[in-house]
Design a protein around this ligand. Sequence first.
Ligand code: TYD
Length: 210
Amino acid sequence: MLAKFITLDGIDGAGKTTQLNVIRDWFAAHRLPVLFTREPGGTPLGEALRALLLSPATQVSLHTETLLMFAARRQHLEDVILPALSRGVNVVSDRFTDATFAYQGGGRGLPDGQIEILENWVQGSLKPDLTILLDVPLEVSLQRIERSREKDRFEQETADFFTRVREAYLRRAAAAPERYAVVDSNRDKAVVRGEIEGVLDGVFGVDKAA
Ligand code: TYD
């Protein structure tokens, strides 16, 4: 079976950390090779850029912020994602390009067309096989952000910003439903777990009864 590239995305406070554990458990239970990574980050350069991008002390323009996200992404693709996929190892990335369309595009107002130019340049035709988009109502997201001890540069943004980020994610998912699984993660943990397991079963053609 060809290795798959899966990304997990959503607004801050959508519950990515919890659902990453669900995905980890699923891969362990099915004994499938998998590599977990994240963006911005995933390589020494990417992690250094992440520290800069998330630090509230950083002053950066929107264009530069976007270029740095894609610079980290290119290194991530070359050093981690593409080599793993070509070795037959599935890759699960905690965020990917959808986050750029949602945060720099929706949140900050950079036109999609400009992001698409970088997407094509940096990724060529590579797109995730599946993006699990975790969705929660804005109030839930804001409450969870409020609980984090130190807010990063994005978490310090306004409710309006996060409204636009969420809308951009949902718009993208609606425009390409074959690539996205939108999961309402504001429900009972066991229900969300079951839904994510079902999505992975489907993508990998795993027979539930087996
Ligand atoms: P996040 O993934 O939420 O990490 P943590 O769970 O540790 O808080 O933080 C990454 C932040 O970076 C998040 O607020 C979204 C933002 N981001 C962008 O703005 N654009 C991007 O392209 C990516 C990958 C992330």
